[in-house]
Design a protein around this ligand. Structure first.
Ligand SMILES: Nc1ncnc2c1ncn2[C@@H]1O[C@H](COP(=O)(O)OP(=O)(O)O)[C@@H](O)[C@H]1O
Ligand SMILES: [Mg+2]
Length: 399
């Protein structure tokens, strides 16, 4: 198919040919408008705002009654009137126009060049769409709206008056379209970035889900092995290991709920952990008094939870044979920049020799190791009855 050339059939006059003195203030106004649009594009006005400003100001700069941004809908081979000024209601945002030779805009898109038509009624290059006819439009000017990528659509200005558009008017219209094109390109890039970000967030949540599921499977297998173990001590050790794995899996469960993966609400996490432990240690009743809103780094929350897990395991093992069997876990803000976690039981108390030469089992070694890692302190308080371990932890990792 041959490429139509709009300049072949219509001679466009220059401003001098028409009336140089009359056009000068208009040219100055056009320069001002382009500067104004440029500033608002640079200041990052939203695309819709900029589309509206462009149609308003472009119509003004060309003394035209109508202006519109036509967005190309490639799948439909039509344009949508995306923004506009002067049109009767029900046009902007709704009306669609052919992107073929049935419209001046379609013709401009095919030519790839600006198109002026000062006598629509006499046009042979393309047809006049119904909308233009209905609004009594006699002349139109179209330029392609392009970012760096493919065409977004067409910027069209239409008028009822017989005064002709001239070549300098096209330069102004092209200037406005270039500014808008830059903004459209920026918006496209921003949208791509936003989409990529959303994809990453979904991926991260998905990963957390998978890690949690994998850890849950590991925990279940350890429990199965524990139940299967012939040796009671081996069974206990495997059970202990399964609880540690569960405590870490619980962290991933919390992470999939929130939006942040680097930080989490340690109170909520420990509460959820205690709820699970309460169900799995039948002989005692794990109660919680938890302050919410203490948000700390995820790895610090996990270390804290592993300490709590060991303290509850010990309380359940050594201090739940009494009548009450209550274990109370508290999480609260304490001094400035610190929070405290305590686990209290109502058992017979620690063995006397524990402080001096008590054998430290794996539990106490894990507690010691995470306490050091958190730069926390741990206190053991004797109650009547029972024992309370109070861990005081800095909210942030001290540098
Ligand atoms: N809440 C508690 N009440 C009484 N004794 C405890 C309590 N917690 C720990 N202990 C004592 O401290 C010892 C060391 O605990 P731990 O290091 O966890 O090793 P393990 O649990 O493997 O024995 C335990 O053997 C037990 O005698
Ligand atoms: Mg223990």
């Amino acid at each position: 198919m041959s490429t139509p050339d709009e300049r072949e059939s219509v001679k466009v006059k220059s401003a001098q040919e028409i009336d140089p003195s009359h056009r000068l203030p208009q040219r100055i106004r056009q320069q001002e408008i382009l500067a104004e649009l440029g500033v608002s594009a640079l200041q990052g006005a939203s695309l819709d705002q900029l589309l509206n400003d462009t149609v308003q100001l472009t119509a003004q700069g060309l003394n035209a009654e109508f202006c519109k941004v036509l967005e190309l809908l490639p799948a439909e081979n039509r344009f949508l009137v995306r923004a506009g000024v002067g049109w009767s209601s029900g046009v902007v945002g709704v009306a669609k126009i052919s992107a073929d030779l049935d419209s001046p805009a379609g013709f401009a898109l095919r030519c790839g060049t600006p198109v002026i038509s000062n006598h629509l009624e006499a046009e042979t290059r393309f047809k006049t769409p119904e909308i233009l006819r209905q609004h009594g439009v006699r002349r139109a000017m179209n330029v392609i709206l392009q970012g760096d990528g493919k065409a977004f659509g067409v910027l069209e200005v239409d008028s009822r008056s017989p005064t002709e558009f001239v070549e300098q008017d096209i330069a102004f219209l092209q200037g406005a379209a270039n500014i808008l094109g830059m903004a459209i390109e920026r918006e496209r890039e921003e949208r791509k970035l936003r989409e990529a970000l959303a994809r990453n967030e979904t991926l991260l949540k998905e990963m957390n889900h998978r890690v949690k599921n994998s850890l849950t499977i590991v925990g279940s297998m350890l429990r199965l092995q524990a139940n299967d173990a012939e040796d009671e001590q081996a069974g206990e050790l495997l059970n202990g290991a399964s609880h540690r794995v569960d405590a870490i899996a619980k962290a991933h469960d919390q992470l999939t709920r929130g939006s942040d993966v680097e930080r989490m609400d340690v109170g909520k996490y420990i509460e959820a952990l205690c709820h699970d432990l309460d169900e799995s240690v039948a002989q005692c009743d794990v109660r919680t008094e938890v302050e919410e809103g203490i948000v700390i780094a995820t790895d610090r929350a996990v270390a804290t939870a592993l300490i709590v897990n060991e303290l509850i395991a010990n309380a359940a093992k050594y201090a739940c044979d009494g009548p009450s069997g209550i274990i109370t876990v508290k999480v609260a803000r304490s001094e400035e920049n610190r929070f405290m976690v305590s686990v209290r039981d109502e058992g017979a108390g620690m063995p006397d020799e524990f402080q001096s030469h008590g054998r430290k089992g794996l539990g106490m070694r894990i507690i010691g190791s995470f306490t050091r890692q958190l730069k926390a302190t741990i206190d053991m308080k004797k109650h009547d009855p029972g024992t309370e371990f109070v861990v005081s932890i800095p909210l942030n990792a001290p540098s």
